[in-house]
Write a protein that binds this ligand. Structure first.
Ligand SMILES: [Zn+2]
Length: 379
């Protein structure tokens, strides 16, 4: 089993942030009470007694209001601090445990997941005991087989809240031989997302084109309103319409992100080795790679970074083939070089060996072959 923590930005409601502050405070209080009792105990018996948060709940009833696991984890923290104090390793030894001050101690607490008490809900919330659903940016969706172990809520010095979720998952890799049944090559396609070595097209434009029509219409309407020109005062209608336009922008961005997640997860689940071209996105969007707008919009770079971590989480491989490798000029069948393919207008390769194939699929197959060759040198 392996562990992985993902830190999510959280946006608690007022009520929730009050509860967070209470929990931070109670954790600090309990830690200090336990530390103090340990020291007093040592003075009278010569031994550090075992202390638990439960015994303080009578004297400090407000401790009952907060997540009891958060308090229990403070007991663990203190135990570890004591353990480290007497550890021979210098790295761990920070000296005798210190009392936590309200001003300088870190505002955080950890709670454990007990059969769903901590959960990610609707890809927009994190559920926590005693707090409920906290709005959060779920920039990374855990895989189905990942189990939530715990969550650490923290407030940074700038006031921002984060929830770091610790996952556990099975990372035992099945031994395999990289071959074409579990490997795939992807060739970047400016009019779609990619074409793979099986000839399938991955696209990110289906939804986007539709929303884009809506956006263009809304923007046209906006441009006719008072406030669209620099010297004009912004009318109420203009501001209202501007909000609409921004909403469509956000919608498009979300659609695109969802789609990229979906496609990259599918590929990472299905294949053990994914071979791609390393691209220089900046120069590509400027060059005559068909439509520069499409290049920027389809988020290929983001797609590759998603693929990278999703494959790595599954102990699989993303192989990047040098971008100078002439993937679209080599006949994948016989190896003949076809310099005429430098012309991007030629969409099909016809070779003397009898092969006729789409430019993109041929490139994807070459990327796959080159990637597997590179992999065989490493593994
Ligand atoms: Zn050929």
């Amino acid at each position: 089993m392996a562990n992985k923590a993902i830190k999510y930005r959280a946006y608690p409601t007022n009520e929730q942030s009050i509860m967070f502050a209470k929990t931070f405070g109670c954790c600090r209080k309990v830690y200090n009470l336990m530390l103090s009792d340990k020291i007093e105990g040592y003075k009278s018996t010569g031994k550090f007694p075992t202390v638990t948060p439960a015994k303080y709940k009578k004297d400090y009833p407000y401790l009952k209001e907060v997540d009891s696991l958060a308090l229990a984890n403070k007991q663990m923290d203190l135990q570890e601090a004591f353990h480290n104090t007497f550890s021979k390793s210098r790295k761990k030894n920070n000296g005798f445990p210190k009392f936590k001050s309200a001003k300088h101690s870190r505002k955080s607490y950890t709670t454990n997941n007990q059969k769903g008490t901590v959960a990610i809900i609707d890809n927009g919330y994190i559920k926590l005991p005693k707090i409920g659903k906290v709005k959060a940016v779920i920039h990374r969706i855990p895989d189905n087989n990942w189990i939530i172990k715990s969550a650490t809520v923290s407030q940074e010095s700038d006031g921002k809240y984060y929830i770091s979720v610790l996952f556990e998952f099975d990372n035992t890799v099945n031994p395999y031989v990289a071959d074409k049944t579990n490997a795939i090559g992807l060739d970047y396609a400016s009019d779609g997302l990619y074409v793979d070595s099986n000839g399938n097209v991955g696209t990110n434009h289906k939804y986007y084109r539709e929303s884009h029509k809506k956006l263009a219409k809304a923007q046209r309407k906006l441009s006719r309103m008072q406030g669209s020109k620099k010297h004009e005062d912004k009318s109420a209608n203009y501001i209202k319409q501007l909000r609409k336009v921004n909403k469509i922008h956000r919608h498009i961005a979300n659609q695109r992100l969802d789609n990229l997640h979906k496609i990259s997860t599918e590929i990472a689940n299905q294949y053990d080795v994914v071979c791609v071209e390393s691209l220089n996105m900046k120069s590509m969007s400027n060059k005559s790679f068909g439509n520069g707008k499409a290049t920027l919009d389809n988020g290929y770079g983001m797609f590759l970074s998603m693929l990278k971590y999703k494959l790595s989480d599954r102990s699989k491989y993303l192989i990047k083939v040098d971008r100078w490798f002439p993937s679209s000029q080599i006949c994948h069948c016989c190896g003949t070089l076809h310099p005429e393919m430098k012309n991007l207008q030629i969409r099909k390769m016809t070779c003397d060996c009898g092969l006729t194939i789409s430019r993109d699929q041929n490139a994807a197959i070459n990327i796959l072959n080159e990637g597997l060759r590179l992999l065989s040198k490493v593994v």
